[in-house]
Design a protein around this ligand. Structure first.
Ligand SMILES: *Cc1c(COP(=O)(O)O)cnc(C)c1O
Length: 431
């Protein structure tokens, strides 16, 4: 059996008769030529399809539920606009993300504000905007938000973020549901927070929230999380179940990936079984909404053999921090010569970035067809937490975001210019 070489690529991806990758109906080499590399490419049809899959799955299993996009996964205006147009809400984790969500057109009543260390300014921005929920994350914040709301003559609806003390199967760096976590209230403290909120006229407690972690492929953890918060739900009528569904980064992960429908069914049935029919459900996927829609294009600069074969590209940890942060695994291919392991010309190599860190390795074990300087290389499934974490380490300007669809490509974020690297440098040394 030959594995599908495009198993983890965006919907509608194809290899033409010459073996060249097409994304959204556009030749990937053409995208690289037109917009330069490195470039983040987002296939709009894939993004819309995934947003609709979420909306429809939750609507099917829990009419009246609502789904929000965890905007930190890909905080770019065009992506947020698509999500907004398709009717989802938006979840933000800072004043900056709140401003961006409003800029992208989200009605404040569809925005949820998170954060484990919100500033007073951020709380004030949330209250003044009139967001649907501020998700409370600590006792200090209860009193602070109450004061901020009272001073403005508002009653702010809130949820309490609870740490259900369950552990999903994922990397420690993206696990958030265990008892020892910087996020949320432990089960004991949540009770205290709930009582404290009820003492404040300027706060209205609607329900609870949890988010147990990210890149989860096993759905059983969600039922355990719901079970853990049942004793706290007394008299509350809303529960937000966070996000967390994984994406397949590699073809072998694709086989074990639960569908959006299975994820929604599992979460909703846990709530219905343990909390009854009346409780309103919210969900907030990030990675699984946008991950597969995005790929990154690079140009190979150098190929060298130092024990291993090193394929050096024109990007790296500045445009994709995940391999370094979480040992994330990716696939890679040359866009006009997909390789098959074992075939003539196929070489096992390390795809490495251009940054001055030994651990700047994008793909630890890629199989490429005779890679050479000038080749355009693609890493799939970079739509989540790539652009979001981009930085300018080593003075490398941040890449553009290019949308593709219907045989067209267009930039929705332009490439950063070199002179923007010192744009904020406002003074010279004294001497
Ligand atoms: C990051 C985050 C999400 C989204 O997580 P994914 O794993 O990307 O789906 C949802 N809710 C909260 C509170 C988050 O911090």
């Amino acid at each position: 059996m030959t594995a599908d070489p495009l198993a983890v690529y965006p919907l509608g991806s194809a290899l033409d008769e010459r073996g060249r990758l097409h994304l959204g109906g556009v030749d990937a080499l053409e995208i690289a030529r037109r917009h330069g590399t490195p470039a983040y490419v987002v296939v709009e049809d894939d993004l819309r399809a995934q947003v609709r899959a979420y909306r429809e799955a939750f609507h099917r299993h829990a009419p009246g539920s609502h789904v929000s996009f965890a905007s930190k996964a890909n905080p770019c205006t065009a992506v947020l606009r698509v999500v907004e147009q398709e009717g989802l809400g938006c979840d933000v984790a800072s004043g900056g993300e709140l401003a961006l969500a409003l800029h992208a057109g989200f009605a404040p009543e569809r925005i949820h504000v998170h954060g484990n260390a919100k500033s007073e300014d951020e709380l004030a921005q949330a209250v003044e905007a009139g967001v649907r929920h501020v998700v409370l994350d600590g006792l200090d914040e209860v009193d602070r938000l109450a004061r901020v709301a009272r001073e403005r003559g508002r009653v702010q609806p809130v949820l309490v973020r609870v740490t259900p003390d369950v552990r999903g199967e994922t990397h420690d760096g993206i696990s958030t549901g265990q008892a020892e976590s910087k996020f949320g209230f432990g089960l004991q403290d949540a009770r205290t927070a709930i009582d404290r909120i009820r003492d404040h006229d300027a706060l209205r407690l609607d329900g609870l929230h949890f988010h147990v972690g990210s890149q989860l492929l096993d759905l059983a953890v969600f039922r355990r999380a719901v079970a853990a918060v049942v004793p706290l739900m007394d008299g509350l009528d809303e529960i937000n179940l966070g996000g967390g569904l994984g994406v397949a980064y590699t073809a072998d992960q694709a086989a074990q990936l639960p569908s959006v429908d299975a994820y929604a069914r599992e979460k909703v049935s846990a709530v219905r079984d343990l909390l009854g029919e009346r409780v309103r459900i919210g969900d907030e996927p990030g990675r699984s909404l946008v991950g597969r829609a995005g790929v990154t294009l690079y140009t190979v600069q150098t190929v060298k053999r130092n024990v291993a074969t090193w394929v050096g590209v024109d990007g790296g940890m500045a445009d994709n921090l995940r391999p370094m942060l979480y040992d994330a695994r990716y696939e890679a291919q040359i866009v006009d010569r997909f390789a098959t392991d074992g075939a003539a010309g196929a070489v096992h190599c390390r795809v490495t970035g251009k940054h001055c860190e030994s651990s700047d390795v994008l793909v630890r074990d890629a199989v490429l067809d005779a890679p050479a300087s000038g080749d355009v290389l693609v890493t799939p499934v970079t739509g989540a937490y790539g652009y979001a974490m981009a930085n300018t380490y080593n003075g490398v300007p941040r890449p553009p975001v290019v949308f593709v669809g219907g045989g067209r490509s267009w930039e929705v974020v332009r490439r950063e210019r070199t002179d923007e690297l010192w744009l904020r440098d406002v003074a010279q040394p004294a001497a």
